[in-house]
Design a protein around this ligand. Structure first.
Ligand SMILES: NC(=O)c1ccc[n+]([C@@H]2O[C@H](COP(=O)([O-])OP(=O)(O)OC[C@H]3O[C@@H](n4cnc5c(N)ncnc54)[C@H](OP(=O)(O)O)[C@@H]3O)[C@@H](O)[C@H]2O)c1
Length: 316
């Protein structure tokens, strides 16, 4: 099968389009024919080798987690899906494996693609929607009337987080540059802050949740912005876990908390997302669309970190 592979870590130039063996499935896995893949920052971070100490270097590596495709084959233990089903989800292999004609994942990675979105949107949704849901609902129990600040509101996770927070009844302060203001306003945040003009550390009000999507703020520095039981959430999981001993000291005499977020593949959460998509409560924005052959350009663009919403790679 045709795949975008890397045989070494490095810049976008390490990508090669090559024929490799089609993956085999285990009894608890599903084989899909990939239609579309969306790019997440984890993809270009892994291409750079950022996770090689944890995940090793099993070259040739096929990157990519977010996927939409057609079920081709199911393992003997699979009951939820059958060949012909159109599914979407986040693959759970070491380095993903989506940037290829075929890919595999366990059953809990997938749900049936909602009919009211196309293949591009289906690949764009899963990782960012699951991350926003798990951060705002399960890690912080955001409630009606509370205020959440979303730092990095116009990117993949951010624009879903704004919508989810509004859906949960929260007041939203969206932080991005002025270039993203018009884009963000379609999701109705209550306040927009341009980080190039205003230092968010000087904000004149308290927030219940400080959702640091971009991960460029530190708990000790933003603590004064939190309400008495406020929560700081950071998506830069490894870095935040390293700082946690220090953050614990800062939490000793206060009920304010710092938490690191790591998205988990749970079928129940993806089903919640599916339901909200079907009810048209959530939408995903596509910035640019690339072919598999344009994978280098796709990563070059994505890693600049100024996309509005998501970037897509169309495979089949
Ligand atoms: N832990 C997990 O499970 C998990 C899951 C998903 C993502 N993540 C991480 O979360 C981060 C965000 O992911 P993403 O998909 O949302 O990324 P993204 O789509 O690349 O984010 C791009 C957005 O960030 C905004 N931005 C750039 N610099 C900013 C700054 N200094 N302040 C505020 N906003 C800024 C940009 O807005 P402007 O163009 O207006 O500057 C742009 O719209 C990444 O580091 C990713 O690895 C972690």
């Amino acid at each position: 099968m045709k795949a975008a592979i890397i045989n070494q870590f490095g810049g976008p130039e390490v990508f090669k389009i090559q024929d490799i063996d089609k993956p085999n499935i285990q009894p608890d896995q599903v084989l899909i024919k990939v239609k579309t893949v969306s790019i997440n920052p984890i993809d270009w971070k892994q291409r750079n080798g950022n996770h090689k100490l944890i995940l090793g270097s099993p070259f040739p590596i096929v990157l990519g987690y977010d996927v939409c495709g057609e079920v081709i084959e199911v393992g003997s233990e699979i009951s939820r899906f059958k060949p012909g089903d159109l599914v979407y989800g986040v693959l759970d292999n070491k380095y993903g494996g989506a940037l290829a004609e075929y890919a595999v994942g366990h059953e809990n990675c997938f749900d049936i693609k909602p009919e009211n979105i196309d293949h591009n949107e289906a690949a764009a949704f899963p990782m960012v929607a699951l991350t926003a849901l798990q951060a705002l609902k399960y890690k912080s129990d955001l409630k009606t009337g509370q205020t959440v600040l979303i730092n990095g509101a116009s990117g993949g996770v951010g624009h879903l987080a704004v919508q989810l927070a509004k859906l949960l009844g929260a007041k939203v302060i969206a932080v991005a540059s002025s270039k993203s203001e018009q884009f963000i306003n379609q999701f109705n945040p209550d306040t927009f802050i341009d980080y190039t003009k205003q230092d968010i550390l000087d904000l004149d009000r308290k927030v219940d949740i400080f959702f640091d999507v971009i991960g460029n703020q530190k708990f000790p520095k933003i603590k004064h912005l939190l309400t008495s039981q406020g929560i700081y959430l950071n998506l830069n999981y490894i870095d935040t876990m390293k700082k946690m001993p220090l953050y614990k000291l800062h939490q000793m005499f206060t009920k304010k908390k710092a938490k690191a977020i790591l998205m988990k593949n749970t079928e129940e959460d993806l089903q919640v997302i599916t339901k909200w998509i079907k009810e048209e409560k959530l939408k995903v924005s596509i910035d640019k669309t690339f072919s598999l052959e344009q994978i280098r350009e796709a990563h070059e663009y994505a890693q600049q970190g100024h996309n509005k919403g998501k970037n897509i790679v169309v495979i089949n």
